[in-house]
Write a protein that binds this ligand. Structure first.
Ligand SMILES: [Zn+2]
Length: 632
């Protein structure tokens, strides 16, 4: 291993060790997946579908990747091999399996993964490089010119993440050792004596290297992540093709870049890496950049369902407020936004970040995966017609499964003195708060009902602040501790009810979040949504499927649609439907956006006409969406 700590900093203009500030207090840590025992009526069936359907379904799509690994390992194989990015799917699948094993040990499944780890070991080149597609096709490693097509770093990043999670789930080191050797090869390639500036055209490796640094304590991984971020936008590489540099985040240096641009998935993975660097280094410039990217994405370029990336060409972000309802909105971009949101929460500790996490997870991400756990959507438009789900094994299915299986990690985070509850998912969370282990038991029927009961379980009294997110969609809300209501002063500017006290075993907290059906409007610059409203209840955006409405694509809502709700355990895995009467007197039924397209072909609409609505460009205060009522 040739690279030594920080020697390479001279390669990167504008940096100095003096610029590395140490955060005053360590940021919140999401709890490990294995410490979240989810048990509720909403998420448990979804996790079960991932375990029992998505994983067995996924194995059949691993054959290209496994053949490629065997060939790279010296075996003779017949049949098609993978393409340039296919191996990342294998690693996302292995990460999915790792999360499943963390929650539900399965020796047979573990044995299958161990067999793949053996193939990975055999396919790893003597210098540590491991991307069978490149090896088998005798292509140059880390081709600096092939920025829009090469996926070395994307594949390695996903391998590192899979290896970290497999180690966390099983305690086995072999996969992690392989990933470290491959990461060392990348360090040597870019930062070693013969190293040249470069990066992978598909960001991903940055955040994986930061995570590998966290796990191993090795500074070189952090150095390489930083170098990849710093080298972008500085003309360090010359692309071979005509694809715009923004496509692979090479248009501007990170400190000057004001908005996230280009390919939405790549851009979000890049932004997540920048946020990770901010978290680990405490450096203000990274934090500022991450916040600029966050604001440009969530305040001007995100659908109400949490999707991003409306353009089919280059699968890209558009301009501010370019939010066509028939946009592209790839599932992987939604998964990327969920991870970016989690990092931004850790960075800023504000409910606003977790609000976006909830919005994207409960709407765009769940919409991407069919209720069956097998089929999936690549695109997630807000208006559609007869868009059957399909089985193509592309980037999205294993990304969706790994994201859904991380639900527990998204829900709860801790510092040495605080316990944050960001998502309201029933189950038991084993939390490390300083030197004390506390279990938080959560009972709820969320998102169908807004009552959430928390029970603290601790062997000895524990002093910490229990911080409960007040969701953006909730205008009110009530908190009780051991039956006594807390006063409004507990609600902080960060958007949490903060309850600092000495907690004892058996202490009870009850949170009640009223869940009226509400209409939401979009900023008037979002032209496709003008004169229209979206219907939301709790965290769920609703939509109209022709199947429930006598074939009518969407109602026009009158002043008072007389909304009512009904829980239908028999429908679409159990959902609460919204009923009402349209302006023309016809009844309508709306179902959660995530549940669309799980039945026969039909029409699907999120934004529906609202009679009496006039565009109002006042009082938006920078927001992209707000509640709407007639006359306001
Ligand atoms: Zn995808």
């Amino acid at each position: 291993m040739a690279c030594k700590n920080f020697w390479w900093l001279g390669l990167v203009g504008g940096l100095s060790l003096a610029g590395m500030a140490v955060a005053a207090e360590p940021p919140p840590q999401p709890i490990p997946v294995r410490q979240a025992e989810i048990n509720d009526s909403f998420w448990s069936p979804r996790l079960q579908a991932m375990r029992e359907r998505a994983i067995p379904h996924g194995w059949q799509y691993m054959q290209w990747e496994l053949r490629a690994l065997r060939k790279a390992g010296g075996q003779t194989v017949t049949g098609d091999l993978n393409g340039t990015w296919g191996e990342a799917n294998l690693h996302k699948f292995l990460e999915t399996v790792a999360y499943s094993l963390a929650q539900h040990p399965d020796p047979e499944l573990e044995r299958q993964v161990d067999g793949i780890v053996d193939l990975l070991k055999a396919a790893q080149q003597p210098d540590g490089y491991l991307h069978a597609y490149i090896t088998n096709n005798r292509k140059p490693q880390w081709d600096p010119a092939f920025l829009d097509g090469s996926h070395d770093g994307y594949v390695l990043g996903h391998m590192i993440e899979a290896a970290i999670e497999y180690h966390a789930a099983t305690g086995k080191r072999a996969f992690l050792d392989i990933a470290c050797r491959a990461a060392d090869q990348a360090c040597n390639h870019f930062l070693g004596p013969k190293g040249k500036p470069g990066f992978c055209g598909h960001a991903e490796l940055e955040m994986a290297l930061v995570e590998l640094h966290r796990v191993t304590g090795q500074a070189r991984y952090l150095e390489l992540a930083r170098a990849f971020v710093e080298w972008r936008g500085r003309g360090k590489v010359t692309p071979a093709g005509p694809t715009p540099r923004a496509y692979f985040q090479d248009a501007e240096p990170v400190r000057q870049q004001r908005t996230l641009e280009g390919h939405a998935v790549r851009a979000l993975f890049f932004a997540t890496g920048v946020a990770d660097l901010a978290l680990v280094t405490g450096e203000a410039d990274y934090r500022l950049a991450a916040n600029r990217f966050w604001d440009s994405t969530t305040l001007r370029r995100m659908t109400i369902t949490g999707s991003v990336g409306p353009r089919k060409e280059h699968e890209a972000f558009g301009e501010d407020y370019e939010l066509p309802n028939n946009g592209y909105y790839e599932s992987c971009a939604a998964c990327g936004l969920a991870d970016f949101a989690l990092r931004m929460f850790c960075l800023e500790r504000t409910a606003r970040n977790a609000d976006v996490l909830e919005r994207v997870l409960y709407n765009a991400v769940l919409h991407g995966m069919a209720l069956s756990g097998t089929n999936s959507y690549y695109q997630n438009p807000l208006t559609d017609r007869n868009n059957a789900r399909y089985n193509s094994w592309v980037c999205c299915p294993p990304n969706l499964s790994r994201t859904i299986l991380q639900a527990g990690r998204y829900a709860v985070a801790t510092t040495a003195r605080e316990l944050y509850v960001n998502l309201f998912i029933g189950g038991r969370y084993e939390c490390q708060i300083g030197k004390t282990t506390v279990t938080l038991a959560v009972a709820t029927r969320y998102p169908w009902e807004g009552r959430i009961q928390f029970t603290v379980q601790t062997k000895q009294p524990a002093t910490f602040a229990l911080n409960l997110r007040r969701p953006e969609w909730c205008g009110a809300g009530e908190v009780r501790v051991n039956g006594q209501p807390v006063d409004s002063s507990t609600l902080t500017d960060s958007g949490y009810w903060s309850l600092p006290r000495q907690w004892r075993d058996g202490d009870q907290v009850e949170l009640n979040l009223p869940m009226p059906v509400e209409r939401w409007a979009a900023h008037p610059n979002a032209g496709d949504c003008r004169g229209k409203v979206a219907v939301q209840r709790g965290p769920l955006v609703y939509a109209f499927e022709g199947l429930d409405n006598a074939g009518r694509p969407a109602p026009t809502l009158g002043a008072d649609p007389a909304f009512g709700v009904e829980h239908r355990p028999d429908l679409l895995g159990g959902i609460t439907v919204i009923k009402g009467v349209a302006a023309d007197g016809q009844p309508f039924v709306a179902i959660p956006f995530y549940a669309l397209a799980n039945r026969q072909k039909s029409t699907q609409e999120v934004w529906v006409n609202q009679s009496g609505m006039t565009p109002d460009d006042r009082w938006w205060e920078g927001n992209l969406y707000r509640r709407w009522q007639l006359g306001k």
